[in-house]
Design a protein. Structure first.
Length: 433
C-alpha cells in the first residue's frame, strides 16, 4: 500500500522549482531589459533624432544593459586614426572628450576591429599595446569587448564596452553590442541618404546658376568667382580656390573664397605650394587629388596656419588640355569620399566658360585681322561705307575718297562677316551691290 500523503514534501517541491527556475527568470528579465533598450534606441532612429542625441543615448543604453564601466562610440578615419564621437561612464566621471583622436596600431581592440571588421574582445589589457591600449590602462580598464558599425557595407566606426573588473565581460557581450550598432548603422545610413538628397538638390541649384552665367556669356572672371563661391558653400567649409597653370610652369590664383593668408593673393603667381600638395599633384597627373591631413604633408604649414586640415582639387581641362584646377578645403577631418565626383560638374561648366571666352577672343581677333587686311587692299573694300564718304572724319576725306590713314567703321552687316547688308537693309545705309 501506498503511504498516506502527509503533505510534508510540498514545501521542498516548491523550493526546488523556484531554485530551478531562478536562472531562467533572470534571463527573461535580461531579454526584456534588452528589448526595452533597443526599442528606445529604435524609436530615436525612426523619428530621425539628431546625431548628437542618438550618439549620446546609445552608449548609455548599452552600458547600463551590459553593466559595463564605460562604453565608447568611435569613428574610424581614412588617415589611420579613431575619433571619439560619444561615451558614457557608470560613475558619472568625465569620459574621453568628443573629438579625442588615437592613432591606430599595435594590439588593442580599436585596431583589431578596424582590421577585421568583426566583433572582438580582449580579456586582459596587461599585454596590449598601441595608443588606445595605453589610454585604456591609464583609465584603469582591464578588459573590453566591441562590435563594428558597418554602414552600407563600409566600416564607419565601433562601439566598445570596458570593464575595470578583473573578470572578463560575459561571452555574449559582442553579440548584444552588435544589436545596438546595427541600429546606429541604420540611423547613419538614413541621415546620409537624406543629406545626399539635400546635397544633390543644392548642387543642382548651384549648377543651374552657373549654367545661366555661362549661357549669358558673362566674363570668365565672373564665372570663376561664382564657381568658387558655390564650391565653398556645398563642398568646402574652409576655402575654395581656382588657379590657372601657366606655360612657364607657374600657376596664377584666379579666385579665392573663404580662408586666406599672406600667400593668398588673387591675380598673383601661386607660389610656395608643397611638392606633394594639390597644385603640384594635379599638374603632374592631370587627375583629381586630395590631402586628408596637411600635418602629414611636408610644406603644408601655410595651410595649417590658415586653419585648413584637408582639401580636394580637381583639374579643369579645356579642349583636351589641362588649363587649371579648382580646390576646396576644410578645417575638419577628411572631405567626404564622393567630393571629387560631385565637383566634376562644376569643373565642366568652368571649362565651358573658358572655352567660350577663348573662342570668342579668337573670333574677334580673326575679324580684326580681316579688317586690317581689307584696309590695306582697297580692291577688297566695299564700294561704299556706311554713310558714304560723309561718314568719315574730315581729316580722312579727300575729294570724296578716303585716304588710308585709319579704317572707317563699316556697317554692322560687314562687321558681322558679310560684305553687304541683308536684304532688309536700306541701300542708302551701305554701298549698293
Amino acid at each position: 500500500m501506498n503511504a498516506p500523503d502527509t503533505g510534508a514534501d510540498v514545501g521542498h517541491t516548491v523550493d526546488a522549482a523556484e531554485g530551478h527556475d531562478a536562472p531562467g527568470q533572470t534571463r527573461l528579465r535580461q531579454l526584456a531589459d534588452e528589448q526595452a533598450a533597443l526599442r528606445r534606441v529604435a524609436t530615436l532612429v525612426a523619428r530621425g533624432a539628431p546625431a548628437d542625441e542618438l550618439f549620446a543615448a546609445v552608449p548609455q543604453e548599452a552600458g547600463q544593459l551590459l553593466q559595463a564601466d564605460q562604453t565608447t562610440m568611435i569613428r574610424y578615419g581614412s588617415d589611420g586614426t579613431s575619433t571619439v564621437v560619444a561615451g558614457w561612464r557608470r560613475t558619472g566621471e568625465p569620459v574621453p572628450p568628443v573629438g579625442d583622436r588615437q592613432r591606430l596600431g599595435g594590439k588593442n581592440l580599436t585596431t583589431i576591429i578596424s582590421r577585421t571588421r568583426r566583433p572582438a574582445r580582449i580579456d586582459s589589457y596587461a599585454d596590449a599595446s598601441g595608443g588606445p591600449a595605453v589610454a585604456a590602462r591609464e583609465a584603469g580598464f582591464r578588459a573590453a569587448a566591441g562590435a563594428p558599425v558597418i554602414v552600407q557595407g563600409r566600416l564607419w566606426g565601433a562601439m566598445i564596452a570596458w570593464t575595470a573588473d578583473e573578470h572578463p565581460l560575459p561571452l555574449d557581450t559582442e553579440a548584444r553590442l552588435a544589436s545596438f550598432t546595427e541600429l546606429v548603422a541604420t540611423a547613419i545610413a538614413n541621415a546620409q541618404a537624406g543629406q545626399e538628397l539635400r546635397g544633390l538638390a543644392d548642387t543642382q541649384a548651384a549648377l543651374r546658376r552657373l549654367a545661366i552665367l555661362v549661357a549669358r556669356g558673362e566674363p570668365p572672371e565672373a564665372v570663376f568667382a561664382a564657381a568658387t563661391s558655390e564650391a565653398l558653400r556645398y563642398f568646402g567649409g574652409g576655402t575654395a580656390r581656382m588657379i590657372r597653370y601657366e606655360p612657364d610652369g607657374t600657376a596664377t590664383l584666379l579666385a579665392n573664397e573663404g580662408t586666406t593668408g599672406p600667400h593668398v593673393r588673387v591675380g598673383d603667381r601661386w607660389e610656395g605650394y608643397p611638392p606633394a600638395g594639390l597644385t603640384a599633384t594635379v599638374r603632374r597627373t592631370g587627375q583629381a587629388a586630395r590631402v586628408d591631413d596637411y600635418r602629414d604633408i611636408p610644406g603644408g604649414e601655410p595651410y595649417l596656419r590658415e586653419g585648413l586640415r584637408s582639401a580636394v582639387a580637381l583639374p579643369i581641362h579645356v579642349e583636351g588640355r589641362l588649363w587649371g584646377a579648382i580646390a576646396v578645403g576644410s578645417g575638419q577631418g577628411p572631405l567626404p569620399p564622393d567630393t571629387e565626383q560631385r565637383m566634376t560638374e562644376f569643373t565642366d561648366l568652368v571649362a565651358t566658360a573658358v572655352a567660350n571666352a577663348q573662342n570668342q577672343a579668337a573670333l574677334q581677333a580673326s575679324r580684326d585681322e580681316l579688317a586690317r587686311r581689307a584696309w590695306k587692299s582697297p580692291t577688297t573694300l566695299p564700294r561704299r561705307w556706311c554713310g558714304g564718304p560723309a561718314a568719315l572724319p574730315r581729316s580722312t576725306r579727300t575729294h570724296g575718297t578716303a585716304r588710308r590713314t585709319r579704317p572707317p567703321t563699316p556697317c554692322a552687316s560687314w562687321a558681322s562677316g558679310q560684305w553687304w547688308p541683308a536684304r532688309s537693309s536700306s541701300r542708302a545705309d551701305c554701298g549698293a551691290r
